[in-house]
Design a protein around this ligand. Structure first.
Ligand code: E4P
Length: 220
């Protein structure tokens, strides 16, 4: 499974790069706004840090304007993926951009039928929003499972399932179990993946025993 980081905060990205686990970055208008940076400047900096796909979302809702914005955004770097909302205009833009060999992430997907039409329009990635469905008492993970089954029935679709709006490590585990291709994770969830209280306890007891032995590992 590929891990994307869901942030436009440069320091958060830099902190996780040395682990070698960041395959790409997703941003959205809220995340760019939260960075308090100019969209072009911050995306340019992110593209310099991560060589994988970097999702940059259009903010226009009209097809023609989306295409204009997409052209500006792709000029930042060759690893920019244009993110469009799952609307008629967004999918028309998706089709046009894919014809021009520009990668597209179709975002705000909340149903299997939306995922199916996005694949027909050539989406490179479909982003089902798990947490936002759970928030309204729907089963977000079932959506991923349904999309996986549909896409697997039709190998001619090469749309990757990008599990989005993940709120805790179990969301990631469940997304991996049902076969999402990619998960985009807020940094706080990535940090939680390293932790287990039994690891801490086990390490403490190993080190206590070692201290009692009075040995040292000392390369001479
Ligand atoms: C990523 O592409 C999405 O924009 C993001 O995961 C949304 O997450 P949220 O529902 O926590 O805002």
């Amino acid at each position: 499974m590929k891990f994307f980081i869901d942030t436009a905060n440069i320091e958060e990205i830099k902190e996780l790069i040395p682990f070698g686990i960041i395959d790409g970055v997703t941003t959205n208008p809220s995340l760019i706004a939260a960075s308090n940076r100019d969209i072009f400047e911050v995306l340019d900096e992110i593209c310099g840090l991560v060589s994988g796909p970097i999702s940059a979302e259009v903010t226009a809702t009209d097809y023609n304007e989306m295409i204009k914005e997409a052209k500006k955004l792709v000029s930042i770097s060759k690893n920019i993926v244009i993110k469009v909302p799952l609307t008629k205009d967004g999918l028309k833009a998706c089709s046009e951009l894919r014809n021009k060999d520009i990668n597209v992430n179709v975002t705000l997907c909340f149903s299997p039928s939306q995922a199916l039409i996005a694949a027909k329009c050539g989406a490179s990635y479909i982003s089902p929003f798990i947490g936002r469905l759970d928030d309204i008492s729907h089963d977000g993970m079932q959506l991923i499972q349904d999309i996986r089954s549909i896409y697997d029935n039709y190998p001619e679709y090469d749309t990757q399932i990008l599990a989005a709006s993940l709120r805790h490590p179990n969301h990631l585990v469940e997304a991996a179990l049902v076969g999402a291709d990619v998960s985009t994770l807020p940094p706080n969830i990535i940090h939680k993946l390293f932790n287990h209280p039994l690891t801490d306890l086990g390490l403490k007891s190993f080190l206590d025993d070692w201290a009692k032995s009075k040995q040292i590992i000392n390369p001479k």
